[in-house]
Each structure stands twice: as structure tokens, then as C-alpha cells.
Ligand binder design. Structure first.
Ligand code: 2RA
Length: 337
């Protein structure tokens, strides 16, 4: 397989390189693309140095089999045709195509079969907050249909990319040096703060991030599930946490849900309150799985279950999910050389 990474210098682009190497992805050649600004940068991959090429409207994708793209929605829209014209499968991390009817939105643990119908040669990678939630919800849906979900997120700086992480780090240094804190990437100072505002506000009072959770969950799970989200930025470097309340058709006990989570590939249960053990973003950056804990009955609802989940936003929330989609497609013979 010849694989291209588009947006190679970004936080997710860099994570693609790590994940491809870590998983020994079956590739014969890796090509890196970026903006005019990042063209010429050199990154190491499996002991070789690869130079970033400028993304242009030309035939560079002619013999590419898989393009992993994470360069923003505008670039994805502009270059989709250039990338897919000769048959490359574009697995796109932006929000550009997620809700298009003819583009599947895939989390391999939940709806891998959707990869089998790709009329535009594009598969969309869901938003990071949705990915980790639907992996956990799939375990619950296996037991009883989920009618309704309330979710409150605790999203790390990494969700705003490399510049988001750099801003949090800079604020720490500036605070230590008694300087005014730089606030550019987030609406307010993130250090020592929580900001109930991720992405822009829409007309219904929810943010775009919250509406992504509403719409994407239904599409991925092929479900009528109703989702109400409050998305919050917290001063954590790179793993998102979520408090989730789900209502099912029939009563599900915490024991049943815990057992199903333990069975499911992609979930690790850390749920031992007696020893103060539960998932925390500080410990879990760099991990592959979605970590679930604090599983308990929702006291306000006889058919309700409450839990907490944490996952690395750049890894399972972006790069790893896309690479797992590619791995699934290869295993199923859906991408052939
Ligand atoms: C964020 N979910 O955390 C977004 C990134 N896709 O800002």
C-alpha cells in the first residue's frame, strides 16, 4: 500500500506517523503533504527521512492507495477530488463530509460495515468527543437500546491542535514568570479555568461541538438516540474525559454493563473506587483504548446508567481511529493493490 498523510506537520498528522509505525502498518511507501509553509520539513519514519511535499492540484495521488487527511475542512473540500480521482481512499479527519449521506462516518468498533459502501471514495473520521462516547455506548446498546444520552465533556487543549497545547504550556510558563498570560487560541485563559465553550455557538444555544455529538452519534449508531451535550474545555494537555448518563429501553445493571465493556475490544474498564481507581486523562495520554469507569445506577432514572470515560483525543479520537478504518478495509479486501 502506498499511503499519503495530508497535514503532516499538524498534531494529528504527526500522530499518524507514530501510529503507522507503532502498528507496523503494511505500507510500501509513505508520502507526506502539507501547506506551502510546511513543505520542505523533514520527518523520520522507520529510520528514514521523509520530506513534506506541498499539496497541489496535480497527479501526486495517482498511485496512492490510502490518504489520511487532517488539514482542516476547507482543504479537505478543496482537494477531495484531486486526492480520490485515481482511486485513492481518503480517510478524512475534518468535519467537511461527516454528515453527507454518501460518505460513511465510521468507528471500527461500532459500524465497520459502513466502510463497504463508499461511492465517493471518502470515509469520514468522526469528531474526537463522539468517537470515545460511541465506543462506550456500543457496549450498552449491545444489552438494551439506548433512548437518550446526556453528556458533559472535559476536553483537553489538544483538541485545538498543536497551537492549543502550545498555548496552555505558554500560560504555565508565563504564570510562573509573573507575566500577563497570552490568550489567542481559546476564548479565555485556560490555565486554572474551565471554559464551557468548544467551537462556535449555533442558533439553538448549543455549540457546533455539542451538535456534532448530537448528529454524529445518530449516524454512526444508526439510531434514533437523543443526545444532549455540554462541551467544556479544561486545562489538560491531551486526553478528553466525559461524564455520561444514558437511558435504555430496559433496566441495565451496572454489573451487566461492566461485563459487556470488559468483553468489548477497544474498551478497558478501570473501576475500583475502593482503591481510588478510575480513568484519568493524566495517566492515559498515548493509550489506544477508551477507558471506562465510575459505572453506577443513575439514581434519577430507573432505566438509567451513569459512567465516566477517558480517551486520548489525538490517538483514538483522531489518528488511530482513521488507521483502524484503513486496517479494517485491508483485512476485508476493500482496498486492494
Ligand atoms: C476539540 N473536538 O476538542 C475538538 C477537536 N476536534 O476542540
Amino acid at each position: 500500500m502506498k499511503v499519503a498523510v495530508v497535514g503532516a506537520s499538524g498534531a494529528v498528522g504527526q500522530e499518524f506517523l507514530k501510529v503507522l509505525e507503532e502498528r507496523n502498518f503494511p505500507l510500501s511507501e509513505l508520502v507526506l503533504f502539507g501547506s506551502a509553509r510546511s513543505a520542505g520539513k523533514v520527518y523520520a519514519f522507520k529510520g528514514e527521512n521523509i520530506t513534506v511535499k506541498e499539496l497541489k492540484h496535480n497527479d501526486d495521488f495517482k498511485d496512492v492507495d490510502i490518504a489520511l487527511t487532517s488539514a482542516g475542512g476547507g482543504i479537505s473540500k478543496e482537494y477531495a477530488d484531486t486526492i480520490t480521482r485515481y482511486g485513492a481512499i481518503m480517510i478524512d479527519n475534518s468535519s467537511a463530509f461527516r454528515m453527507d449521506d454518501d460518505v460513511p462516518l465510521v468507528v471500527p468498533e461500532v459500524n465497520p460495515n459502513d466502510c463497504k459502501n463508499i461511492p465517493r471514495n471518502i470515509i469520514a473520521n468522526p469528531n474526537c468527543t463522539t468517537i470515545q462516547m460511541v465506543v462506550a455506548l456500543k457496549a450498552l446498546e449491545n444489552i438494551s437500546h439506548i433512548k437518550r444520552v446526556h453528556i458533559s465533556s472535559y476536553q483537553s487543549a489538544s483538541g485545538a491542535g498543536a497551537m492549543g497545547m502550545a498555548e496552555l504550556e505558554k500560560q504555565v510558563k508565563e504564570f510562573a514568570e509573573n507575566k500577563d498570560l497570552t490568550v489567542e487560541k481559546f476564548a479565555h485563559q485556560l490555565l486554572f479555568n474551565v471554559i464551557p465553550h468548544v467551537d462556535v455557538f449555533t442558533d439553538n444555544g448549543y455549540t457546533k461541538e455539542e451538535m456534532k455529538m448530537y448528529n454524529e452519534t445518530k449516524k454512526i449508531m444508526h439510531s434514533d438516540v437523543e443526545v444532549s451535550a455540554t462541551c467544556v474545555r479544561v486545562p489538560v494537555m491531551r486526553a478528553h474525559s466525559e461524564a455520561i448518563w444514558a437511558e435504555t429501553d430496559r433496566e441495565v445493571t451496572p454489573e451487566e454493563f461492566r461485563a459487556e465493556c470488559e468483553k468489548m475490544k477497544g474498551i478497558t474498564v478501570v473501576d475500583n473506587p475502593d482503591e481510588n481507581e478510575y480513568p484519568m486523562p493524566f495517566n492515559l495520554a498515548g493509550e489506544d483504548d477508551v477507558f471506562v469507569g465510575r459505572i453506577r445506577k443513575d439514581l434519577s432514572n430507573p432505566n438509567g446508567i451513569s459512567f465516566w470515560c477517558v480517551s486520548d483525543q489525538i490517538k483514538k479520537g483522531a489518528a488511530l481511529n482513521a488507521v483502524q478504518i484503513a486496517e479494517y478495509m485491508i483485512a476485508e479486501g476493500l482496498i486492494q493493490r
